[in-house]
Design a protein around this ligand. Structure first.
Ligand code: PMP
Length: 283
């Protein structure tokens, strides 16, 4: 597989970075994951905008303008042997010596991109939904930054791995934040509820698409704090992300959500999402 590191394309297995890279020593960097369908990146402009926001938030100068990023991503896509791809893009602050928390005055960011085959969720998961567990959110106060410092997310995900479940739904101060690698929506009495973007969650590109589709096709979304009790007593619970698209969560900590199967509003939204994807992909 051909990847990109700091200005050159090469086989992924041949690429290395210095051990003094602050991404390695401090988790000092940000990333994006961009889904690609039939060699067309989905919502590329939105991903690059979020990348720019993450870089600004951690005070790394954006190494490229949007046109250069787009060209890089498109070239990487063209070099892969498969059409449906998941593009991983990472920028770290680069290498600096001696090791010191203070941001170095001069460091050259390390830019890495590589592609994996994209595997949307199997039909059985779309039709039957997935299990999840709940957990107090263990993370810091800047979950709006898409940072590579993911230990909180990794430990959160471990709780659902232990329970053989697909995702961990997190709560802070009695309120829903998000999943370990996804955003969360609830449906109650026909209303679609989800938290507003804040420092407690990452604003997903898929989250924005789902809100757009809900505004267009209904049900009109209600964006407000969602309590843990509301999540646990929801009629429907969904997770959204670029790789998982939209999946129904049909049990939380072993207790069924609604009647324990993907609900009618989920099935409609899933259909709208697939249509929307197809529309964006049309030449
Ligand atoms: N929250 C977190 C913590 C995530 O890691 C992700 C996936 N990158 C999301 C939300 C969903 O974001 P997106 O829809 O852009 O994939």
């Amino acid at each position: 597989l051909i990847a990109y590191l700091n200005g050159r394309f090469a086989p992924l297995a041949e690429l290395t970075v210095p051990v003094l890279d602050r991404g390695f020593l401090f988790g000092d960097g940000v990333y994006e994951m961009i889904p690609v369908y039939g060699r067309r990146p989905f919502r590329l402009a939105e991903h690059l905008k979020r990348l720019a926001a993450s870089l600004a938030a951690v005070r790394i100068d954006n190494p490229h303008d949007e046109a250069t990023w787009s060209a890089l991503v498109l070239e990487l896509i063209a070099r892969q042997p498969f059409g449906d791809q998941s593009i991983y893009l990472q920028v770290t602050r680069g290498a600096a010596y001696p090791r010191n928390h203070a941001i170095p005055a001069r460091a050259t960011p390390t830019v890495l991109l590589f592609a994996d085959p994209l595997n949307p969720p199997a039909t059985v998961l779309v039709e039957q939904g997935v299990a999840a567990v709940g957990m107090e959110d263990p993370r810091w106060q800047r979950c709006d930054i898409k940072t590579i410092s993911l230990l909180g997310n990794v430990l959160a995900r471990a709780a659902s791995v232990d329970a053989a479940a697909a995702e961990t739904v997190m709560f802070r101060d009695g309120l829903l934040t998000e999943g370990s690698a996804s955003n969360i929506f609830t449906v109650k009495n026909g209303l679609l509820l989800t938290p507003a973007p804040s420092n407690r969650m990452l604003t997903g590109i898929t989250y924005d698409v789902v809100l757009e589709l809900a505004r267009r096709h209904g049900p009109p979304p209600v964006i407000r704090p969602v309590t843990e009790a509301e999540v646990r007593s929801a009629d429907e619970l969904w997770l959204t992300s670029s790789s998982k698209e939209i999946l129904a969560i049909v049990s939380l900590d072993g207790i069924p959500i609604g009647n324990g199967a993907p609900g009618p509003i989920y099935r409609r939204m899933y259909g709208h999402y697939q249509q929307f994807k197809a529309g964006e992909m049309r030449p």
